[in-house]
Design a binder for this molecule. Structure first.
Ligand code: HEM
Length: 403
């Protein structure tokens, strides 16, 4: 391999507080430096910030594997801190087998069946938010809307009981922090790791799951011999780790985007059928999952530049989603854009298996708002919840003006 080809080196730490708070200037520097860059604060770490290369790496699961972890830690060199995910952190053929079962459980057809219940819940919650906004002059878009909605509908669909669901939030925050470096954010979020992990593992057992729910269906697939019965609890765990914090922040970021673009909200209010494309554009514009990694399985190249065996590659999904090489006016939030090809839900064999559920949640919440709320006003300064992987809000003061 010709190592003389130059990969630009950048002294950028994607996990500094400054870059987590406002990643967009960093994205631009990385994209403009080259198709692949080396981030010197992390030694050999490479990163792709443009759409073409991020997409290419995600779609080459043979050369860029997930089984060495999709975070910064290289599982070939260091043991993962928890048993590996049997879907996200495995390669074919095990991935193919497990993925087939999860894809069927979360298929678009199944999602049609849960649509009515998810819609009713969204409408009831938006009604409560509207009442509160009128009575108290504002709501918190996160605490009152973005958080309670997924925390109700998704665990209900998985078949979890009502008690202790706040553990899902603590667990999600920890898992997504664990994909970055061992910084203060990770240390803080792992403060209760033992107790919360214990709760999660207990609630992945069959006797804790309502018969017929998504979780129980994983056990049914094991009964039918489609997956290893010992894998069932960890596959339920995948739903619980990946299915709550992601949608909370997806909805939170969509509310933020719409509140800061009153012209776009007015368009949605006038035409409710824009709810789905509006959610999609919010995923592109303010991507919930900012980054995931791959690891090179053998010496290879990205855009003609050499990549050594076992090198970690940071794929900047959020940056790809604002790459001017791919998108016209990428910084403009435009709910009529139809941003097909965005990377917010991944791409390739590991592309989000829960995407039909995520899109349903986003669509029904935005539809319920569009029908009942004439205007969404920013009612104060929002605060961010910093996380090594997620773009998340802690608070989002909003005023909902009824129709
Ligand atoms: C807005 C919400 C969501 C976002 C932004 C999101 C984002 C993503 C992304 C970027 C990936 C690709 C990971 C990779 O390639 O390494 C992924 C995979 C995955 N997602 Fe989601 N997700 C969301 C909602 C959900 C929901 C509701 C579930 C429900 C169970 C879910 C379950 C999963 C699982 C299990 C995987 C691993 C798939 C595989 O490795 O084959 N996600 N998600």
């Amino acid at each position: 391999m010709n190592d003389n080809l130059n990969i630009p080196e950048l002294d950028i730490d994607p996990y500094s507080e400054e870059n987590l708070l406002d990643p967009y200037p960093m994205h631009e520097r990385m994209r403009e430096a080259g198709p692949v860059v080396r981030l010197t604060p992390y030694g050999d770490l490479l990163a792709c910030a443009r759409h073409a290369e991020t997409h290419a790496v995600f779609n080459d699961h043979v050369r860029f594997i997930s089984s060495a972890g999709v975070g910064l830690t290289n599982f070939n060199l260091e043991a993962p801190f928890r048993p590996k995910s049997l879907i996200l952190e495995v390669d074919p053929p095990l991935h193919t087998q497990n993925r087939a079962v999860l894809s069927r459980i979360l298929s678009p057809k199944v999602v049609m069946q849960i649509r009515a219940a998810f819609t009713a819940e969204a409408e009831a919650l938006v009604d409560r938010c509207l009442e509160k906004s009128v009575a108290h002059d504002q709501i918190d878009g996160i605490e009152d809307l973005a958080q309670p909605y997924p925390l109700k509908v998704f665990p209900d669909a998985v078949g979890l009981g009502d008690d202790g669901r706040e553990n899902l939030l603590i667990y999600g925050d920890m898992i997504f922090n664990s994909m970055g470096p061992r910084n203060e954010l990770l240390a803080k979020s792992t403060a209760r790791v033992g107790e919360v992990t214990q709760w999660i593992m207990v609630h992945c057992q069959r006797d804790q799951l309502r018969p017929g729910g998504f979780g129980d269906q994983i056990y049914q697939a094991a009964d039918a011999g489609e997956i290893d019965p010992q894998h069932a609890p960890l596959l339920v765990r995948s739903f619980l780790s990946a299915g709550v914090d992601t949608t909370i922040n997806g909805i939170g970021n969509a509310l933020y985007s719409l509140a800061h673009h009153p012209d776009q909200y007015a368009m949605l209010h006038a035409d409710h059928s824009l709810a789905r494309p509006a959610f999609e554009e919010a995923l592109r514009w303010e991507s919930t999952v900012q980054t995931f990694f791959r690891t090179a399985a053998g010496d290879c190249e990205i855009a003609g530049l050499p990549v050594r065996d076992n090198t970690k590659v940071l794929c900047m999904l959020a940056s790809a989603n604002r790459d001017p090489r791919k998108w016209a006016e990428p910084t403009r939030f435009d709910i009529q854009r139809r941003p097909s090809g965005h990377m917010a839900l991944g791409s390739g064999i590991h592309g989000c298996v829960g995407q039909a559920v995520a899109r349903l949640e986003g669509e029904v919440v935005l539809t319920a708002l569009a029908k009942r709320v004439k205007r969404i006003e920013v009612a104060g300064v929002h605060t961010r919840r910093l996380n090594n992987t997620l773009r998340a809000l802690d608070t989002l003061p909003l005023r909902l003006i009824p129709v």
